[in-house]
Design a protein around this ligand. Structure first.
Ligand code: CP
Ligand code: NVA
Length: 336
């Protein structure tokens, strides 16, 4: 696998073989660090991190992965550069491309990430846009393979919730590329766009993946190994949509009964995080005040249960970002 100088903007830019190569490379790099034989594959490299939206995991995953591999970073926060008010994406791409070996971008519009990639002349990494969250989906595939003895093509999972945004799209195509049994479980209004579904089905036809899009919660989660969800309202969306979204998605809240209805006593719960599973956040408090609900996409009982692997998942953000950086900037076909 040679991914040197490639962008990592969306899953479907990769062949299933390249994608699974990144899954394998993550495992190799994780083992190399654990066993004290990690190499500074990015020594002397520089990476710019652009965040138009806030982040805990993605920023920290890039920073720690880069430090471990020897790269230096510049963090550009939502207000700390000319981007977005005084300078266009295209011009910013051409400036940063002269200074840095790679650019991470978390932004409102996926089209901006593509523009950056088109003009930067160096690899661009999508750290989340409205349409795709590929570093998260790669992490999720790795995490699922780690938490089962099944081969990837025997793994089944359901994404339950707001499926028309970044996580729904990314988990749909990532599972198709990984040959898995993928169920998207959501009210029809919140299904991925038809072109995303069609793309996933085309990929599935080549990888042997099974793709199901359904409104039926019981049928959707039947027999699955993993249940995923995400917040009901994403960063950058209007406050006005909360009422409608709560109405649409309350029946799809991940509860102990939902896990039980999988019929799989070993089912595991996953969430990209952050999550509104209690009232210990400002947003959770505000929604409680306005709508009287104490938990949203997942109950606290499930989040804190033995079935929940959300913090293993969270740690894997760093290991997978490391694989993406090493493969595209370090020329790492393998680790060690
Ligand atoms: N999952 C994820 O992308 O988290 P952050 O928003 O904290 O980066
Ligand atoms: N769908 C969420 C994912 C956060 C990691 C958002 O875009 O806010």
């Amino acid at each position: 696998m040679d991914l040197r100088n490639r962008h990592f903007v969306k899953e479907i830019d990769f062949t299933p073989e390249e994608w699974m190569g990144l899954v394998d490379l993550t495992g190799e790099l994780k083992a190399a660090r654990r066993e004290g034989r990690e190499q500074r594959l990015l020594d002397g490299r520089t990476i710019a991190l652009i965040f138009e939206k806030t982040s805990t995991r993605t920023r920290c995953a890039f920073e720690v992965a880069a430090y471990h591999l020897g790269a230096q970073l510049t963090y550009l926060d939502p207000h700390g550069s000319q981007l977005g008010h005084k300078e266009s994406i295209k011009d910013t791409a051409r400036v940063l491309g002269r200074l840095y070996d790679g650019i991470e971008f978390r932004g409102t519009y996926h089209a901006d990430c593509e523009t950056l990639a088109e003009h930067a002349g160096v690899p661009v990494y999508n750290g989340l846009t409205d349409l795709w969250h590929p570093t998260q989906s790669l992490c999720d595939i790795v995490t699922m393979t780690e938490h089962t003895s099944k081969p990837a093509d025997a793994i089944s999972y359901a994404f339950v919730g707001d499926a028309r945004y970044n996580m729904g799209n990314s988990l749909l195509v990532a599972g198709a590329m990984s040959g898995m049994d993928v169920r998207i479980v959501a009210p029809r209004m919140l299904w991925p766009m038809p072109d995303v579904i069609a793309h996933a089905e085309r990929i599935a036809a080549t990888t042997g993946a099974r793709v199901t899009i359904t409104e039926d919660l019981d049928a959707g989660v039947d027999g699955v190994d993993f249940v995923h969800t995400d917040v009901w309202v994403s960063m950058g969306e209007s406050e006005q949509v909360w009422g409608e979204r709560i109405g649409l998605l309350s029946p799809y809240q991940v509860t102990t009964d939902v896990l039980r209805s999988t019929g799989n006593p070993d089912v595991r719960f996953m969430h990209c995080l952050p999550s509104f599973h209690d009232l210990n956040t400002a947003v959770g408090q505000r929604i409680f005040k306005d709508f009287g609900i104490t938990e949203m996409e997942v109950t606290d009982e499930v989040f804190e249960s033995a079935a929940s692997i959300v913090f293993d998942q969270s740690e894997n953000r760093m290991h997978t970002v490391k694989a993406v950086l090493a493969a595209t900037l370090g020329g790492a076909g393998g680790a060690g």
